[in-house]
Write a new protein. Structure first.
Ligand SMILES: [Zn+2]
Length: 242
């Protein structure tokens, strides 16, 4: 939990200003110049100001083709030593295990967003434009369409073959059994350490502590090395001490 003590530039009160994420605080009131009380007044006043402009995703498939974007993406990956690409959370098709990928691809001074699937031939090409909310039109005065799903014909046949190859009752998310007792111990340890990076809620701590204690009991019977059990307990006690 990273924070520094700041002095409010308006009322002079000292307050904690937080810099790291994943905490249960009101981020709207976390400001590096104003204390939470003053920020509350600012936020309340600002809430009366209506938003005038925003970014909107629109269809860009008439400006650039899928082939052009894929070629550009490939050449970027091959030529740039550091190829930074902004990725977005993809979708996962629970019926067959197919995944979608959404990413920004710069072309000259423009930037497009392309969404494709590993197998599914559906794709979408969009770009972001500035939208004038009050006048209900694009700031550049041009007409745009909403993002639309298109079909990559070249993938169509392979996709059908791939679908046909999936066995009936296929489970893309199989439960992989962990080897006892090490697998579960590791999983719990990772869970506990991962959660320890942030300010855990008391309820989360209690649940994890209970899980850990239960697992320790089970592992005693399963013959786990006692020193490892101590280590597991240590994780919890270290956490409690902080
Ligand atoms: Zn203040």
């Amino acid at each position: 939990m990273k924070h520094t003590i700041k002095e409010c530039t308006q009322c002079g009160t000292e307050y904690s200003y937080y810099m790291s994420d994943n905490m249960d605080i009101d981020w709207n009131l976390n400001d590096d110049k104003l204390c939470p009380d003053c920020m509350r007044i600012v936020r309340k006043a600002l809430s009366k100001v209506k938003k005038k402009f925003e970014w909107r995703d629109v269809d860009a498939s008439e400006e650039i083709t899928l082939e052009e974007l894929l070629t550009k993406e490939k050449s970027r990956k091959e030529s740039d030593t550091f190829c930074f690409t902004r990725l977005y959370p993809g979708l996962f098709d629970m019926t067959n295990g197919d995944s979608s990928h959404s990413r920004d691809i710069p072309v000259g001074k423009k930037e497009y967003n392309l969404t494709t699937w590993d197998h599914n031939p559906e794709y979408m090409i969009t770009k972001s434009i500035r939208w004038d909310i009050k006048n209900k039109k694009a700031v550049d005065g041009k007409e745009y369409n909403k993002p639309k799903t298109l079909i990559d014909e070249s993938k169509q046949r392979v996709y059908q073959q791939w679908l046909d190859s999936i066995p009936k009752n296929y489970d893309p998310y199989p439960v992989i059994p962990m080897t006892e007792p090490v697998g579960l111990k590791m999983a719990l340890g990772l869970l506990y350490n991962g959660a320890g990076d942030r300010d855990m809620k008391q309820s989360e701590k209690e649940i994890l502590a209970e899980l850990l204690e239960n697992q320790i009991k089970l592992n005693v019977d399963a013959g786990l090395d006692p020193s490892e059990l101590e280590q597991m307990r240590g994780m919890r006690y270290d956490e409690d001490r902080q």
